[in-house]
Design a binder for this molecule. Sequence first.
Ligand code: MGD
Ligand code: MGD
Ligand code: SF4
Ligand code: MO
Length: 760
Amino acid sequence: MKTEKTACILCSRNCGLVVEIDDGRIVKVKGDEAHPTSKGYLCQKAARLDHYQNHDDRLRQPLKRQDDGSYVPVSWDEALDDIAKRLTAIRDNHGGDAFAFVGGGGQGNHLGGAYSRQLLAAMKSRYAYNALGQEKTGDFWVNGRLFGSQTCHTTEDVEHADYVLFIGCNPFQSHGIPNARDTLRDLKRNPDRTMVVIDPRRSETAKQADIHLQLKPGTDAFLMAAMLAIIVREGLHDRAFLDRHCTGFAEIEQALLAIDLADHAQRADVPLADIERVARGFAAAKAACVRIDLGIQQTLHSTLNGWLEKLLYLVTGNFAKRGGNNLHSFLLPILGNTDERRSKRGRSLKRTAYHRMQPIAGIYPPNILPDEIELAGEQRIRAVFVDSANPLLTYADSAAFERAFGKLELLVVIDVAMSETARLAHYVLPAASQFEKWEATGFNLEFPENFFHLRHPLFTAQHGTLPEPEIYTRLIERMGKIPARFPKLATIARLELKASGHLAFMAALAATLARHREWIPYAASIIYRTLGPSLAGGAAAAAPILPLAMQYANQHYAAVKRAGHRGNRLTLGSALFQAILDGRSGVVLSHHEFADTWSLIANADRRVHLAVPEMLDELNALQREAPMTAEYPFVLMAGERRSYNANQIYRDPAWRKVDPHGAMRIHPDDAAALGLADGGRALCRSARAEIEVVVELDDTVRRGVVTLPHGYGMRYRGGAPIGPELNRLTSAEHCDPFTRTPFHKHVPVSIRAVPVAAAA
Ligand SMILES: Nc1nc2c(c(=O)[nH]1)N[C@H]1C(S)=C(S)[C@@H](COP(=O)(O)OP(=O)(O)OC[C@H]3O[C@@H](n4cnc5c(=O)[nH]c(N)nc54)[C@H](O)[C@@H]3O)O[C@H]1N2
Ligand SMILES: Nc1nc2c(c(=O)[nH]1)N[C@H]1C(S)=C(S)[C@@H](COP(=O)(O)OP(=O)(O)OC[C@H]3O[C@@H](n4cnc5c(=O)[nH]c(N)nc54)[C@H](O)[C@@H]3O)O[C@H]1N2
Ligand code: SF4
Ligand SMILES: [Mo]
């Protein structure tokens, strides 16, 4: 029995954990009091982490598919040689754009991303598809317009706000804010603080709120626009802040003044008096912030929603201050800047062949991938790598993915488990689990203090598996992109004294890359192979963090020093790197001051550019929008977060203590009208498909709305799907026009009881 420190890998909070390990199993899980942000907090889901580490779908050797669809184990050498050969042939015959990369990190494994990105470079492709491209790219796009770069990302200081708006998020279940349940409890208990939830469902969070606006699904744009209009009309906006720090307010003011409040309130189905109360309370608060998530991102007007949500805190001056919304730093560069207005270095953005879609923050939207495979003719995608994702269950329209992936010349899946997507692959490559390798999350989205947690392995890797850094490095080597050895660099790394701050190594690396510019895209693997072996404890995979730490220390010098790291302009980054390697509970990277926000803005004038022409057009068009026709009587929220779902990370259904079927929630009156009983079965039909579900009567949903959970439908041990395969119901076309993020929270469906004969 031993006790070790790690972090939870189930959601973006990545709470620090202390785990007891016995005979290859995680037998006890506690919160780590020493973790800089979670400070001992954890939720019920983390207690079950052994079900991720040990289950019957774990992969233990590379598998190659045979003509009859069965898999045979092959050696790593055989698999990687053949994959490298086939990739190279596809690139040379059809160009790099015949290749797409999908995934590249889930909720806790982003270290591999530094390595997997190299495969795109080796293939000469820019097609990186990722789950963020079906939820957050609208937000990133708006950030690009407001702050000058899609890498400018905001966070919310819920813990210190007097007034908090939760719009389309349910932190009690989904977390996403620090120590969610404690933070919500403090908000609720303190009579001087106000918590407002805007959600069509009386969610677990809404139950704790001072005010709940239970709007009609998909009408947030109307409601937020009305709030802004009230603020501006009543002169509650922060003129001094707007004059000093923003541009474009006059245009927005004009559009907001034109809004018909009664019409907007009616469309949202919320009394105007309630909207006024919240607008006034929010604007008058000393410090107020807004927290949003999928409830406004995966529904109608999703990009517009992102702009309006940001205007709420900007127009009221709740930005760059304690208790407001703020920008923050990043250590791992998980977002890029691909603003379609400013093509980088004169190169225009790579648009996809069929949909002509540009990337946002460097990410293409998964929704369009089946069409790019099936409909783009000679320009089609022929080879796909999937890593840390299960598109067959998680991306819109499962049937389309099944069909399109079936047509690929090469599909390779890297996963810890035999996922539904892996079952279609030509090669399945087994990764070491997140508790068997050095790992880290790039979800370090905090301000003013930001942190980073490098997790040490808890177990030796399962025999036959490899960590992603090794898999990609071997592949790049086999593709002839870098030599297998760099003896001089490795020697310098080995001999260099820590005290010299890795300067000799970095200088030698820079000289090598200056001589061989063709190796620059593969710096991560070169550092891994050279500096890596000299790091204590086998931390080789973490070696590429050195240049990132140096860059970070350079960019945020004062803030890094304020966090207690010592060094000068030359050595601070190396000291930070060492602190990261040594800190078992994670380390505070930087301690910013609120005024630093202005230097995090990328616009040359360091101001927020409020007026986004495309969004103003959308805002003006709202009033003319025809009401939705009710061809289908219900709106399905496809993908609710509940107490026992966690994306596709747990496969073994035994991890769940409740809700084994992932039941469909429906209002009791709607159920009665349809003749449905609690625990009975029903059929849920969309334009795409019909699936059978178990019914749960629940008066927290509005009438006319049903909900199904995300994170079910796995075929554990190759059996029948467990719980709803909800993306059989969703469609890639039902999506936001700017970003192509799907409207998963607004899927038109009809519901009926399972016919008696079928039920029997
Ligand atoms: N337990 C659990 N936690 C998770 C995850 C998980 O699988 N399970 N997944 C993680 C991931 S990847 C993510 S992205 C986050 C997502 O976290 P959230 O977005 O907070 O979770 P959801 O339940 O998808 O949706 C949030 C709320 O939006 C509401 N909603 C639906 N339609 C509308 C609408 O039209 N307007 C408004 N205002 N609200 C609406 C729903 O009723 C729901 O209460 O959760 C993370 N945390
Ligand atoms: N209808 C509907 N669809 C949705 C949503 C919804 O609300 N409604 N939510 C969406 C959201 S917000 C998200 S974020 C996506 C999530 O969907 P995906 O991006 O597909 O990610 P996960 O579900 O986390 O899948 C993780 C996969 O990574 C594997 N894995 C775990 N650890 C490792 C590792 O160390 N290495 C490797 N290589 N693999 C590993 C797991 O076994 C699993 O197969 O789903 C989206 N899909
Ligand atoms: S699921 Fe999220 S909130 Fe719960 S313990 Fe894990 S990281 Fe923390
Ligand atoms: Mo997500």
